[in-house]
Design a protein around this ligand. Structure first.
Ligand code: HSE
Length: 410
């Protein structure tokens, strides 16, 4: 069986290295007589690389070679990855992808194309790096009604938050380190603005609830507006701040989905998830809570998930693995502002009148303290309300809202 890799960056080159390193074990598990890397598609050249001779810029060589049975897509981005993957499926090749954007935007179409052409489209590496999550959700938890899936889905931002809050490192230095370690996306804006986590929660929601959720339907906020003040207030109140993705089924059949920083109680499992690690909680009606934990980014962990899919494709060349969900619907995702939660709110430029009005507007709110707080600063932990209601009452007081962060209650 011949293979091709499209995209020879951190993940693609990791796949080639892992194939070489554990070749005998991988081939034995694949039940194929051999797995030969035949082509690497990339616009760049790689002088001195052991696979230099396999590099081509011509996609047609892969699509038109009948010996290539499995294509690995590790290019990232939507175009031309979508067109290339679709053409490979149409040409009767199974495809393995690590591309979150591709699966989150086009997963439903590509799974249908795979079914139509009797091949596999697998994407274990698209969520959680080396953590097994797609296969467990679609197979091991298949008997459950899933009510919620949530967690820390981006290694880069978790690494940055750990370094900034734990070690006092500057944001730019922590980001640079994440890039040097091969965790960050090509354009790290996708990490720090939450888009990467958004794509992953879309994929998890589609698997959990059986219908496609588009990234544009999910309200997404990254970590760029977090301040050391918020981290300090959260810390003194017994919480850690994490970038969380969450999708939950509502009683009316819609789902609520969101990516945003959240306060997690220090004693909870999520609070202890640091550095590049991810953790994903899946709540099933039969299993209760199941937590998946491991390295969410990086060359070897992600290559591990890709190569496992290659093995699975190789083992299922005749009998296909059917995976799929229904197309999306614009009314399917409810606005998160309607979700009740406890909120942490911080204000600047607070006068005595603001302070009184806020405490009247939010009876039972806990006033938080931090060392070095200015006299015109106020941070509160509110009782459970919807975000709409919290914002409405704050607007009536005229106080300057600087931060609003939900408390995650698992
Ligand atoms: N940039 C992603 C992350 C890579 O940091 O989690 C893995 O999807």
């Amino acid at each position: 069986m011949d293979l091709a890799i499209m995209g020879y960056g951190v993940v693609g080159s990791g796949v080639a290295r892992l194939l070489e390193k554990n070749y005998d074990r991988i081939v034995a598990n694949s039940t194929q007589p051999s797995l030969r890397l035949r082509y690497i598609l990339d616009l760049r050249t790689f002088p001195g690389d052991p696979n230099e001779a396999l590099v081509t810029k011509d996609f047609r060589r892969i699509a038109e070679d009948p010996e290539v049975g499995i294509v690995v897509e590790t290019m990232g981005g939507l175009h031309p990855a979508y067109e290339f993957v679709l053409q490979c499926l149409e040409a009767g090749k199974s495809v393995v992808s690590s591309n979150k954007e591709l699966v989150a935007e086009k997963g439903c179409d590509l799974l249908r194309a795979a079914e139509k052409h009797n091949v596999n489209f697998l994407f274990e590496a698209s969520v959680g790096g080396g953590i097994p999550i797609i296969r467990p959700m679609s197979q091991c938890l298949a008997a459950n009604e899933i009510t919620e899936v949530a967690g820390i889905l981006n290694g880069t931002t978790n690494f940055i938050l750990t370094k900034m809050i734990g070690d006092g490192m500057r944001f730019a230095d922590a980001l640079r380190l994440a890039q040097e370690n091969g965790y960050a996306e090509k354009d790290p804006t996708a990490d720090i603005e939450g888009h990467d986590a958004c794509r992953k929660i879309c994929i998890l929601a589609a698997l959990a609830f059986g219908r496609h959720v588009y990234p544009a339907q999910v309200r997404t906020e990254g970590i760029t507006r977090l301040t050391p003040e918020d981290a300090a207030y959260a810390d003194t109140a017994g919480y850690a701040i994490k970038l969380l993705g969450r999708a939950a089924r509502l009683p009316d059949g819609r789902i609520s989905a969101r990516v945003a920083p959240g306060l997690v109680p220090k004693g909870s499992m999520l609070a202890g998830v640091n550095d590049v690690f991810n953790a994903i909680l899946v709540r099933g009606d039969a299993t209760g809570d199941v937590m998946f934990y491991g390295r969410g980014a990086g060359q070897w962990p992600t290559a591990s998930a890709v190569v496992a899919d290659v093995i699975d494709c190789a083992k299922h060349m005749e009998k296909k693995k059917l995976l799929g969900w229904e197309p999306g619907d614009e009314r399917y995702v409810a606005p998160p502002e309607e979700d009740p939660a406890r909120y942490y709110v911080r204000f600047a430029g607070v006068t005595q009148a603001h302070r009184l009005a806020l405490l009247q507007a939010f009876p039972g709110a806990e006033t938080l303290r931090r060392e070095g707080a200015g006299p015109d600063e106020l941070a509160l932990l509110l009782r459970t309300e919807t975000e709409d209601e919290v914002r409405r009452r704050i607007a009536e007081t005229g106080a300057g809202l600087e931060a609003l962060i939900g408390v995650y209650q698992a």
